[in-house]
Design a protein around this ligand. Structure first.
Ligand code: NAD
Ligand code: HSO
Ligand code: ZN
Length: 434
C-alpha cells in the first residue's frame, strides 16, 4: 500500500518531509558504480564502453563500431513499422516541432544613451548528445522530444545513444530518429554512454551538451560529467502528482497514477484529494487495474514503495504541499483547474482538467516530455530549444562613449586595486577626462 498522509494530522510535517527526502534517484551505491564506469571509459575508451554494454545490455558486440546504427538499419527499421505507427509519429513530430519553433529566442541589439552599442546573440551548441532511454521500455517519443528542439536550435551535430537490451532495438525508435533527422546513433546506454559522449572515445567524438531522461544510473552520470559538458535538467524516474476533486471517475485517476508508475519501479505517483472516501475509491481502482496491466509488476512496486495519498482540507490548503513536491507532471482534475494552476509555482508540466490525462503530454500535445524530476522543478524546466543554445553578449564603444563612461571605470578599478584595468581605459581617453 502507498503511504497515506493527512495534512491535518500532527505528524504530517515529519511524514511529508520523509516522503520528499526519499532517495529514489541517487543511492550511494549508484553514485559509486557510476563514478567507476566513467573513470573506466575515460581510461579505456571504446573497450570500456563495449564491455559495459555487453554486460548490462546482455549483448556480445565485438567493437563500438558494431554498435553504430547504419543508414540501412534506419531504413529497414522504418519499413518494419506499421503505417499507423508512422502516421502517429508524423503527427507527434509536427506538433512537437511547431511548439518548439515558437521558443526560438530573439537577439538584442541597441545603442544606449551613452552611445555604447550593446547586444546579446544566441547561437546553438556545436554538438549535442541525446540520451534516449531503452532499458525497460522503448521510447520513440523521447527521440522526438530530444531531437526536435535541437534541430530547431540549429545544432550541427546531433548524436543519439540508446541501449538495445539483448540486442533488440524497437524499430519505431529508429523511425522516429529518421523523422527528426538524426543519423549518428549508437546502441549504447547507461553511464557508459553518457561518459562516451562527455569525454569521447576512439569512435565517438565528444559533444558539448548531453540531454535526455534516463534511469538512476543515467541521471547520476549526467550529474557527474557536468562541467566537462553541459547538461539539461536531471530527468530521472517519472513522477505524477494528481490533484483530484471527487467528481472525476476514480478509475480515470487510477490509470493516470499508473501511467507513470508503469515506467519504472522507482517512479512515483501521488494523489492529493479533499475527500477520504474518494481517495479510497481511487486506491481500490488502482488495485483492480493492477490485476490486468501487462507491466503490473513494475507499476505495483512503484505504487507500493513510492506512491502516496495525501488528504487535504481544501485545494487552496494543498498549494504549499503541491509546491514542495514540485512534481514533474501535475494533473489538476477538477472544475476550473486554471484558477489553481495560476497559484502554483513549482511543476514541470501542468495538465488542466478532467480531459487532459498526462499521457497527452508524453506523446502528442507538443510541449516537451523531458521534464525535471526529484523536486528539481523548483529551479529548473523541461527540455526546450534554449537548452541547445547559449548567449553571447556584445559591447562596442566609440571614442566618445568610452570617454563618457571611462572615468567611472577608473574609479571602480582603483577601488578594487586593479591598476591595469584602469590603465586599459585611461590610455584610450583624453587626459582631461581621466
Ligand atoms: N523524465 C522524463 O522525461 C522521462 C522520459 C522517459 C523515460 N523516463 C524514465 O527513464 C527511465 C528509463 O529507464 P530504463 O532503465 O528503462 O532505461 P535507461 O536507458 O535509462 O537505462 C538502461 C541502462 O541502465 C544501465 N544499467 C542498468 N542496470 C545497471 C547496473 N546495475 N549498473 C550499472 N548500469 C546499469 C545499463 O547500462 C542500461 O543500458 C525510467 O526511469 C523512466 O521513468 C523519464
Ligand atoms: N512520462 C515520461 C516522462 O516522464 C515520458 C514518456 C515517454 N513515453 C511515455 N511516457
Ligand atoms: Zn510516461
Amino acid at each position: 500500500m502507498p503511504v497515506r498522509l493527512d495534512a491535518r494530522s500532527p505528524d504530517f510535517e515529519s511524514r511529508f518531509t520523509a516522503l520528499l527526502n526519499d532517495k529514489r534517484e541517487t543511492s550511494d551505491d549508484v553514485s559509486k558504480a557510476v563514478a567507476a564506469i566513467i573513470a573506466d571509459v575515460q581510461a579505456r575508451g571504446d573497450a570500456a564502453v563495449v564491455d559495459y554494454t555487453n554486460r548490462f545490455d546482455r549483448v556480445t558486440a565485438p567493437s563500438l563500431a558494431a554498435l553504430k546504427v547504419t543508414e540501412a538499419d534506419i531504413n529497414a527499421a522504418e519499413a518494419a513499422c506499421a503505417p499507423d505507427l508512422l502516421a502517429a509519429l508524423d503527427i507527434a513530430a509536427q506538433r512537437i516541432a511547431d511548439f518548439h519553433a515558437r521558443q526560438a529566442p530573439s537577439d538584442i541589439a541597441y545603442t544606449d544613451a551613452a552611445g555604447v552599442d550593446l547586444g546579446l546573440r544566441w547561437r546553438p551548441v556545436e554538438a549535442a548528445g541525446l540520451y534516449v532511454p531503452g532499458g525497460l521500455a522503448s521510447y520513440p517519443s523521447s527521440v522526438l522530444m530530444n531531437a526536435l528542439p535541437a534541430k530547431v536550435a540549429g545544432v550541427a551535430r546531433i548524436v543519439m545513444v540508446v541501449p538495445a537490451p539483448d540486442g533488440v532495438l524497437n524499430p519505431s525508435v529508429l523511425a522516429a530518429a529518421k523523422r527528426a533527422g538524426v543519423t549518428e546513433i549508437y546502441k549504447i546506454g547507461g553511464a557508459q554512454a553518457v561518459a562516451a559522449l562527455a569525454y569521447g572515445t576512439e569512435t565517438i567524438a565528444p559533444v558539448d551538451k548531453i540531454v535526455g531522461p534516463g534511469n538512476a544510473y543515467v541521471a547520476a552520470a549526467k550529474r557527474a560529467v557536468f562541467g566537462q559538458v553541459g547538461i539539461d535538467s536531471i530527468a530521472g524516474p517519472s513522477e505524477i502528482l494528481v490533484v483530484a476533486d471527487s467528481k472525476t471517475d476514480p478509475d480515470w485517476i487510477a490509470v493516470d497514477l499508473l501511467s507513470q508508475a508503469e515506467h519504472d519501479s522507482s517512479a512515483q505517483s501521488i494523489l492529493i484529494a479533499d475527500d477520504a472516501d474518494y481517495a479510497d475509491a481511487v486506491a481500490r481502482a488502482v488495485d483492480i487495474r493492477l490485476q490486468s496491466l501487462p507491466r503490473s509488476e513494475i507499476a505495483a512496486a512503484s505504487w507500493r514503495d513510492n506512491g502516496a495519498i495525501i488528504l487535504v482540507e481544501s485545494f487552496d490548503a494543498a498549494l504549499p504541499i503541491i509546491d514542495r513536491i514540485a512534481a514533474e507532471h501535475l494533473e489538476l482534475a477538477m472544475d476550473d483547474p486554471q484558477a489553481l494552476a495560476a497559484k502554483i509555482r513549482n511543476a514541470g508540466a501542468i495538465f488542466l482538467g478532467r480531459y487532459t490525462p498526462e499521457a497527452m503530454g508524453d506523446y502528442i500535445a507538443g510541449p516537451n516530455h523531458v521534464l525535471p524530476t526529484a523536486r528539481s522543478a523548483r529551479f529548473s524546466s523541461g527540455l526546450g530549444v534554449l537548452d541547445f543554445m547559449k548567449r553571447t553578449t556584445l559591447v562596442g564603444c566609440s571614442p566618445a562613449s568610452l570617454a563618457a563612461l571611462g572615468p567611472s571605470v577608473l574609479t571602480l578599478a582603483a577601488a578594487e586595486g586593479l591598476d591595469a584595468h584602469g590603465l586599459s581605459v585611461a590610455v584610450r581617453i583624453p587626459e582631461q577626462t581621466r
